[in-house]
Design a binder for this molecule. Structure first.
Ligand SMILES: [Zn+2]
Length: 473
């Protein structure tokens, strides 16, 4: 397996620390708002990575955090706590807000057939581990305390900036404008490990006792604390969105490597953005879509998953309703293939050449995925295979085997319920056709169409399906 590593900016050969075990950590959602299609693309691509590794024989242990405290509206410790802000806006408690959006997140990943991480852990359940980690950093002399918070002193960590490749001097520009800055903070890139319940946070709802006064953790520390607890001090793969590179992941590296004296992550796996009709997704533009919006317009979640598969994870994906529509049609076509293939019995034509082809398609499919997870190429192999002359039963077997990685739930394909009178008409038409009464056959076909069904002739028989409904957009 070869995979692009953001740390080295190179495609590297993947070698886990304890073969065949693989440790994978993903930065999960901050549960103050709805999970949108940008998040879902990241989680889907992580899922494809995990499924590919499992398919290749690795044993992946996947941990994902749920941020339910401490993530401020600015990643650089500026602004308000996102959860508290959400609670104020909705009149609910912070705990209710966190639960509501956590449930929405879990429902969204279920809809997209994303395998649930082996461990899904909340920041608020790990305050003890977070405090212990801050104490280690404090003992090692990498922190300082102000009236308002405990900070990590980035100037003491000589490798700060190694992931983003931004020198510390550039980071000075990060915090400016009308945002609040602690006057005792030494460097703009220093980040809070613990906020005290004073000043702007005097009324913060979530708070815990700590060696530095009552308060709550900063955002970044939770990922180090939880990944160390469940996956050890060095993990194989750390995944997240590209927006996490300059601040959040840089901070995770700093605090983890100071605490353990070991490399934190071997391979950094970053997913690119989703834009909508060429624009950045935002609530104010009204182009912020969730899986519920997709379903309400009549599309299947699998169509969205297929749309994600059709672009490479390191490229920006520009979402349009037209592209989703095309993905839905492609998905329907895949299912139609299965229904037709199931009815065919052509095993008799199996030859050595066809056996070689099967091996070849499997190799090409694996090759696409093991070369930096090239999902569009993997999909191209799927279509080539379906159009080939290998026997139908082998096509189905191979398709379902590939679907272990693709995750499109193709084995659930079932014939639609067709009303009995339509089936009777189709049988009548088939009889007419066999008797070469094409005029009658054609009349019946028209009648079936008027009743809302389509009849298609296949090499061996025919197939009935509901006429596609008007596009709902
Ligand atoms: Zn994180």
């Amino acid at each position: 397996m070869n995979i692009y590593n953001t740390l080295t900016r190179k495609i590297e050969n993947f070698k886990p620390l304890n073969h065949p075990k693989v440790t994978l950590y993903t930065c999960g959602p901050t549960v103050y708002d709805f999970t949108h299609i940008g998040h879902l693309r990241t989680f889907t691509n992580n899922d494809i990575l995990k499924r590919t590794l499992n398919y290749l024989g690795y044993q992946v242990k996947h941990v994902m955090n749920i941020t339910d405290v401490g993530h401020l509206t600015g990643d650089d410790d500026t602004g308000e706590d996102k959860l508290e802000k959400g609670a104020k806006k909705t009149g609910k408690s912070v705990w209710e807000v966190a639960k509501f959006y956590t449930d929405f997140f879990i429902q969204s990943i279920n809809d997209l057939n994303i395998i649930k991480p082996e461990i899904l852990c909340k920041a608020t359940d790990h305050i003890k581990e977070i405090i212990q980690l801050i104490q280690i950093l404090e003992k090692k002399g990498y922190t300082y305390e102000t009236k308002e918070a405990v900070y990590f002193d980035v100037s003491k960590f000589k490798n700060y900036g190694k992931l983003s490749r931004q020198p510390l001097s550039q980071k000075i520009q990060a915090a400016r404008g009308e945002v609040y800055i602690d006057p005792e903070k030494k460097h703009p890139a220093d980040f809070a490990l613990w906020f005290k319940r004073v000043g702007r946070f005097a009324n913060h709802t979530m708070h815990w006792d700590s060696p530095w006064e009552d308060g709550f953790p900063g955002w970044h520390i939770e990922c180090s604390a939880m990944s160390m607890k469940y996956l050890g001090e060095t993990i194989d793969i750390h995944a997240g969105g590209v927006d996490h590179i300059p601040v959040h992941h840089e901070n995770e590296i700093a605090q983890s490597e100071v605490a353990s004296n070991k490399p934190f992550v071997k391979y950094w796996f970053h997913n690119n953005f989703v834009t909508v009709e060429g624009k950045k997704m935002s609530k104010s533009l009204g182009n912020f879509y969730t899986i519920e919006d997709i379903k309400k317009k009549g599309y299947k979640p699998e169509a969205l998953r297929l749309l994600f598969l059709q672009s490479h994870y390191r490229q920006i994906l520009n979402f349009t309703w037209d592209s989703l529509n095309a993905a839905q049609e492609a998905y329907n076509k895949l299912k139609e293939y299965i229904l037709i293939l199931r009815k065919q019995n052509d095993m008799i034509s199996f030859t050595q050449d066809k056996s070689n082809q099967i091996v070849n398609y499997r190799e090409k499919f694996i090759q696409a995925l093991t070369e930096d997870l090239k999902t569009p190429q993997a999909m191209a192999v799927v279509w080539q295979m379906l159009k080939s002359n290998i026997p139908s039963a082998n096509k189905i077997d191979l398709l379902f085997e590939f679907d272990q990685v693709l995750g499109l739930q193709l084995d659930r394909t079932r014939d639609e319920e067709i009303p009995k009178d339509i089936i009777r008409l189709a049988q009548e038409r088939e009889k007419a056709r066999k008797e070469k009464d094409f005029k009658k056959a054609d009349e019946i076909r028209k009648k079936i169409k008027e009743l809302g069904y389509l009849i298609e002739d296949t090499p061996v028989s025919y197939r009935l399906k509901k006429a596609s409904q008007q596009k709902i957009i």
